[in-house]
Design a protein around this ligand. Structure first.
Ligand code: IDP
Ligand code: MG
Length: 136
């Protein structure tokens, strides 16, 4: 059975700053993701706070929102079979030092906060996150 899905991906400020946009996009393309839409933007802190609302009770929430709004990011809609789980697999563990070999976070991440990429974690959140950045 085919299960074509879309997920939201973000190339975070640490990766944009190190000129890794094309390399990371190539990781997605090599792994059969189609980039349906993409834009390079810089968001305000209040927008990051809305995006990361689910984490508002966490001790790292304030730093996380400051960080995501600290520099340009690339937001993308990625499509493939089982895009949500396949993207999570390709990204690797949240902490790059615990991520598997070959994953994007293992290759490019520098720390748990500067871990280079974001990816939606469920169908429900994928829809919310895609609308957040791409609703006209
Ligand atoms: P995920 O990005 O792998 O889905 P989440 O638990 O959803 O991980 O956390 C969102 C983001 O918050 C992570 O990507 C990471 O940048 C940051 N983060 C998560 N846990 C910590 C922590 O313990 N300290 C600092 N930052 C964290
Ligand atoms: Mg998450």
């Amino acid at each position: 059975m085919s299960n074509l899905e879309q997920t939201l991906s973000i190339i975070k400020p640490d990766a944009v700053e190190r000129n890794l946009i094309e390399e990371i996009k190539n990781e997605f393309k090599k792994n059969n993701f189609v980039i349906l839409k993409e834009k390079k933007i810089k968001i305000e802190k209040h927008e990051a706070e809305k995006f990361y609302q689910v984490h508002q009770s966490k001790p790292f929430y304030n730093d996380l929102c400051s960080y995501l709004s600290s520099g340009p990011i690339v937001v993308m809609i990625l499509e493939r079979e089982n895009a949500i789980s396949e993207n999570r697999k390709l990204m690797g563990a949240t902490d790059p030092s615990k991520a598997e070999e070959g994953t994007i976070r293992k290759k490019y991440g520098v720390s748990i906060d500067k871990n280079s990429v974001h990816g939606s974690d469920s169908q429900e959140n994928a829809k919310i996150e895609i609308d957040f950045f791409f609703k006209d």
